[in-house]
Design a protein. Structure first.
Lengths: 273, 300
């Protein structure tokens, strides 16, 4: 219990909230430009893939029954948005603040300690990812109003807390790379070698092929469970164990990765193991 | 105000700080000196709370940094060598944002920030982004930021490095004001004149230990000697004078086309008597001589 308190305690400290508020304050100054990517990306994806490609594909079989591609895609985009935003913020933006802006060092000369800076980065990445997910929900609702998309809308707000939890977990993976990347030049490696492969083998954009090794592998992939859990929820109105798996895997990731991130970042920032 | 006892730290398996003691009282400025690798930065980073000491204790305004970290850090101000202000905020915004990282909250913050902007000559730049300021004003902002919460102990790590003489003198004025306000100031610098002018007391680190401490004159006398003789290589009889000094066991340091040698009063008198016709310069030792003496000791 004390280990859990040690890991998660700083997340609730006033110092973490002060740093989180700093990120929010900076973001809100540019909210009008910041809101365009999360609005434009799902719109383009839903139009290009859902409507455009979907009309070519016709029906696909999912969950033992035929499904249109657009409703199949919608929960996948929601999960993928959270996944990518959390990663991007915790790798790219956090690295910029740590290495180039040196704002971490400035904060660390005050009453703020490294665990607060790290938690604030994860919580900020998750906050932004969840906000982007809410924007995606609004875009989906717009498709619903236009009569081209039918989902079990009442479940949508209830999915938000799970999206937030998953985003914090994804951010802890991002910060792992922030801690170990030698320079900005290596920033593409985790994206191309880790993030994109995970993103495309998670039932986000298309059903996975029936390969025994892949089916085993995705059992440990929270993004797969998140996408499938949201899909069952929004397409069939059925909460499944996928949601529980996504939550449990996210919690396990945090328990494992936060201490590792802290140790690696302590070494990186202070030169101390 | 600051009380450091028996700090020990190894980095990369090597002892970097090995039993350092340090004290600084209210209204006192101490200069922390030492050649590269002496352990200055590691000592400071332990005092900021960046590094954890393996042994020893750090008390700031009576609060132990290890066991009462929040209170200790509340009483501590840090101006790092690198500019670490937040480039997403203006000059005023930087002071406001830094203040938000302290509890208890700073009372009458707006008035406090106005006073700091005036005191540090930053009023006309208050609404500018700090990356547009000149080097001297960036340093002013860094120092202003380090004292926004009214700390009792302030660390200034090479606060004037890279500044022109006018900007350096402006920073000296600010340091003098911090001292006058009763803050305990710990200063590191590579500028010898700066250390001499600003510090009430110097602490000299070498190989991770305190080699000597005291006023500038005491420290120079203890480590270097009372007089420094500067002898041009090309001067007539310079060769035989150098041999005479070597035979006495006085180490000569080659500096460009001169030899520098530190002598006590008796040694100088003997040298004058031995070479009455030789032309040379005699001056009091300075901190450059101190570093050269330490380097010589390190080579032995």
């Amino acid at each position: 219990m004390s280990a859990v308190r040690r890991i998660f305690g700083p997340a609730l400290a006033w110092q973490s909230r002060a740093v989180l508020a700093r990120h929010l304050r900076v973001h809100l100054r540019n909210w009008h430009t910041a809101v365009i990517p999360p609005l434009a990306e799902p719109l383009v994806m839903l139009l290009a893939f859902g409507v455009g490609l979907g009309s070519q594909i016709g029906n696909l079989v999912w969950g033992g029954a035929p499904a249109d591609y657009l409703p199949y895609l919608a929960p996948g985009i929601l999960a993928y948005t959270v996944f990518m935003t959390a990663f991007f913020q915790s790798i790219f933006s956090a690295y910029m603040r740590m290495h180039y802006q040196k704002s971490w060092e400035g904060q660390l000369t005050t009453q703020v300690r490294l665990e607060h800076v790290v938690w604030a980065e994860m919580l900020w990445a998750a906050t932004l990812a969840t906000f982007y997910a809410v924007v995606v929900c609004l875009v989906l609702a717009g498709f619903g109003v236009a009569g081209v998309l039918q989902l079990h809308w009442t479940w949508l707000p209830l999915a938000i807390p799970l999206l937030f939890l998953a985003a914090v977990a994804f951010a802890s993976v991002g910060l792992f790379f922030t801690a170990i990347l030698p320079s900005m030049d290596h920033m593409g490696l985790p994206f191309f070698l880790v993030i994109l492969p995970i993103g495309f083998t998670s039932s986000t954009y298309f059903p996975l092929p029936a390969l025994p090794w892949l089916e085993t592998l995705v059992l440990a992939n929270p993004l797969h469970h998140l996408a499938e859990g949201l899909r069952w929820l929004l397409l069939r109105g059925t909460p499944t164990t996928h949601l529980a798996y996504a939550a449990a895997l996210s919690a396990v990731m945090l328990l494992l990765l936060v201490p590792i991130d802290l140790r690696l970042l302590r070494k990186r920032v202070f030169g101390d193991a | 105000m600051l009380e450091v006892r028996g700090l020990v730290k190894h980095l990369g398996g090597k002892p970097v700080v090995n039993g350092v003691d340090l004290t600084c009282r209210a209204g006192e400025v101490i200069g922390l000196l030492g050649p590269n690798g002496a352990g200055k930065t590691t000592t400071l980073r332990m005092c900021y709370g960046f590094l954890r000491p393996e042994a020893g204790s750090i008390r700031i305004a009576g609060h132990d940094l290890a066991t009462d970290g929040d209170r200790a850090r509340r009483a501590l101000g840090v101006c790092t060598q690198d500019d670490t202000f937040d480039t997403d905020f203006t000059v005023r915004g930087n002071l406001e944002q830094t203040a938000r990282y302290y509890r208890p909250k700073i009372e009458n913050l707006a008035a406090r920030i106005d006073a700091l902007l005036a005191q540090f000559g930053l009023e006309e730049y208050a609404d500018q982004k700090p990356d547009r300021l000149s080097g001297g004003f960036k340093r002013r902002l860094m120092i202003a930021r380090s004292v926004v919460h009214g700390p009792q102990v302030v660390f200034l790590d090479e606060p004037t490095t890279g500044l022109d003489p006018q900007a350096r003198m402006a920073v000296w004025e600010l340091v003098a004001r911090l001292r006058a306000e009763g803050m305990a100031v710990v200063l590191t610098t590579h500028y010898m004149d700066e250390a001499e002018r600003l510090s009430d007391r110097l602490v000299l680190l070498q190989d991770g230990k305190v080699r000597a401490s005291g006023t500038t004159r005491v420290l120079l006398g203890d480590v270097v000697g009372e007089h420094v003789v500067i002898l041009a290589h090309a001067a007539p009889e310079a060769g035989s004078a150098a041999d005479w000094l070597r035979a006495r066991g006085d180490p000569l340091t080659a500096v460009l086309s001169d030899w520098h040698v530190a002598l006590d009063a008796a040694g100088l008198a003997a040298f004058v008597a031995a070479f009455p016709g030789l032309r040379y310069e005699v001056r009091p030792p300075n901190l450059d001589d101190l570093f050269l003496a330490l380097e010589r000791e390190g080579r032995r």
